[in-house]
Design a protein around this ligand. Structure first.
Ligand SMILES: Nc1ncnc2c1ncn2[C@@H]1O[C@H](COP(=O)(O)OP(=O)(O)OP(=O)(O)O)[C@@H](O)[C@H]1O
Ligand SMILES: [Mg+2]
Length: 256
């Protein structure tokens, strides 16, 4: 039996006293799950993902990753299992060059330098950014930083992938490659995104959040085709399912 799973039980959280941002969230995710987290701006998607990697520890309820409770003393253990891509790449990248950032996690695990190099090269090849190897992070475009951020988690060969708005700033070709990477990842992945076409292409299950709560958790093809439900919670159908798609949309969605 697999141990790769996440159990969230009745979790509530607020950044400030008396102002709850997440309310009574429960979610159980198993090894084979691919989950899209969707919801309007400010409903708490990023806050929720951050909680899973222990960035917001002051919550009530319980979160367990592969049976390990998320708390201060387990953070190193939790983070060695989860590859987490921040919504904001500047929060993710802290070394000087792409190579150093992508090498950071494998080096931190004490892997031999030859293995570190192999993993970095593999992550650079998967994300198609070999040419950015030695480029300084502060000189990169938004999309370049996003690709490096994705590469930093691939080099750590995580058990679980969490990505927050991974397709933001990516051009159509890089976005398509991201979809390929996500679909080739065999374990549990959770992706928060406004790119509902990407969710449609990569996630079998979708969790709809509204005002800090999970209002629907089910099959992606049911939730993302339910126009009324989506509109009730401030969203719209994925672009490729909209009747006007193709007439006046320049979005890179569509068939992949
Ligand atoms: N560090 C913080 N301190 C105080 N409030 C915060 C902080 N981070 C986020 N919030 C608030 O928590 C709420 C949820 O924010 P969050 O970033 O989780 O939303 P989101 O669903 O990811 O939105 P988006 O679609 O815009 O990325 C927002 O009202 C936001 O203002
Ligand atoms: Mg967010």
């Amino acid at each position: 039996m697999s141990h790769i799973h996440i159990d969230v039980e009745n979790v509530s959280f607020g950044y400030e006293k008396g102002k709850e941002i997440l309310r009574e969230i429960s979610l159980h995710a198993s090894e084979t799950d691919s989950i899209g987290i969707i919801g309007a701006n400010g409903v708490g998607k990023s806050t929720f993902l951050k909680m899973l990697v222990g960035l917001n520890l002051d919550f009530t309820g319980s979160i367990r990753i592969e049976e390990i409770p998320v708390e201060k003393r387990t953070l190193a253990q939790i983070r060695s299992k989860i590859g987490y891509v921040f919504q904001d790449s500047d929060s993710q990248l802290f070394m000087n060059t792409a190579y150093e950032d992508i090498a950071f996690a494998p080096r931190n695990y004490g892997l031999p330098e030859a293995e570190v190099e192999r993993r970095v090269e593999q992550a650079l090849a998967m994300t198609g950014i070999g040419h950015l190897r030695e480029k300084q992070i502060y000189k990169m475009s938004g999309g370049e930083k996003k690709l490096v951020s994705i590469a930093t988690i691939l080099s750590m060969t995580p058990d679980i992938i969490l990505m927050d708005e991974p397709s933001i700033a990516l051009d159509p070709r890089n976005r398509r490659n991201l979809i390929r990477i996500l679909n080739s990842f065999a374990h549990l992945k959770i992706i928060a995104s406004h790119d509902l076409d990407l969710v449609l292409d990569t996630c079998e299950r979708t969790v709809l959040m509204s005002d800090g709560r999970i209002v629907k958790d089910g099959r992606t093809e049911e939730i993302l085709t339910d126009q009324r439900l989506l509109e009730e919670h401030g969203l719209e159908l994925p672009l490729r399912l909209q009747k006007s798609y193709g007439k006046n949309s320049a979005h890179p969605g569509g068939k992949n």
